[in-house]
Design a protein around this ligand. Sequence first.
Ligand code: HEM
Length: 440
Amino acid sequence: MALTDVSTSIDGLPPGPRLPVAAQTLLFGKYRHRYIPAMQRRYGDMFTLRIAPHARRLVLISRPEDIRTVFTGSTSVFHAGEGNAILGPIMGDHSVLLLDESEHMRVRQLLMPGFHGAALRGYRDLVTKLARDEVRSWPAGRAFRLHDRMSALTLEVILQVVFGVTDEHRLAQLRPTVARVVTINPIVMFGWFYPKLQRFWPWRQFADIQREFDRLLYAEIAERRRADLTDRSDVLSRLLAVSGDDGDGGLTDAELRDNLVTLLLAGHETTATALAWAGHELVRRPDLLRRAHQAADEGDDAYLEAVAKEAMRLRPVIYQVARRLKAPAEVGGYRLPAGVTVMPSIDLVQSDPAHHPDPDVFDPSRYLGAPLAANTWIPFGGGVRRCLGAGFSLMEATAILREMLLAHDLRPERARPERPKTRNITMAPARGTRVIAAPR
Ligand code: HEM
């Protein structure tokens, strides 16, 4: 299918393709890594797409100054939560991702204590231990999908470091349930649109799993509220330390449940995918792989963090963030009407040679000198909606890369790079980063 057709500007919005909405939806949904750059080449730094349902108008932007306008805009005009309403059936109405304005700020503030600097330092040892156990289990001399192993590991990190479940019996109950809950596919989502379907297979089964998961989560929350949390440093315990279920303004049980599911869904596959890409790039660059081994041996975490950051730039896990306008707003010289969704394009700004020389080259040294210009590296979005787990995920990725590099020499199964492939909202290496490991 041709990616573009006649240029047009409708309703005073930036120009964009006139392809049927169904075609634009498919291209944006499945082939955004090619479609979005093609649209920019054709229409420039601001363009409009029309996407199902209801021919929603999406205005993509990629100039740092326009991105800044959106990230710093009034939270009563630029709504982020509304656009995520589709996730309501799984995350719940109290999820920080789904809320806007003062409700959003309240929940976000109450989640913050789990993610500030001192808290992050407290998680590092357990993440390192889990990573060490995981990498030791990798096969020697036989190709495997690094992405799958990273998914298993980041799930374990959420269970033990975020939820704080370390009891083997409880973990054994949770693991299979969680693994099912995080596997969201279009069939599952169809059941969210039509709740009556939940009487029938396979939706009945999905609903049963979600109920079982909720039961386990509420049991964990109840137990933890009764426990002495003095020596506990997991995210849930930190949140409970500032919460009560008695209307004191802290997070209620239902709010905790919804936000634990949110952290699970927002933090698990994203970090695993970023690590799969980091591995994908490193194993194809023997010079950088050597440098990274040296960094791991010498405890040079700054370099390993730079590897993770560069993977997130070159291979964005999430391609754009969204803000739906509640009132007209000036962005990039256009007066955009209420109802439009403005989308800072992570992919376009991070691959722009004006901000990143030789943008197609994987080069972690970009992060070792002067800081990058504002709003040119935005894998975690920005403003008051910036990813709450950004620091957590960089700490986690650094620790995991270190343990991986300390334990193994790695090479790609095939030299040819893997294509990006859409997996729900993330963009992952199509073959899962197939690598061959040799113990060091
Ligand atoms: C490489 C890993 C990750 C990437 C690329 C990523 C990316 C993002 C992006 C793009 C957003 C939306 C920001 C915006 O709209 O401006 C977001 C929001 C969020 N992320 Fe992450 N994320 C990652 C890991 C994590 C982790 C590990 C956690 C928690 C454990 C997490 C929790 C959240 C939450 C709670 C929000 C919603 C924030 C709000 O609406 O106020 N993320 N993330």
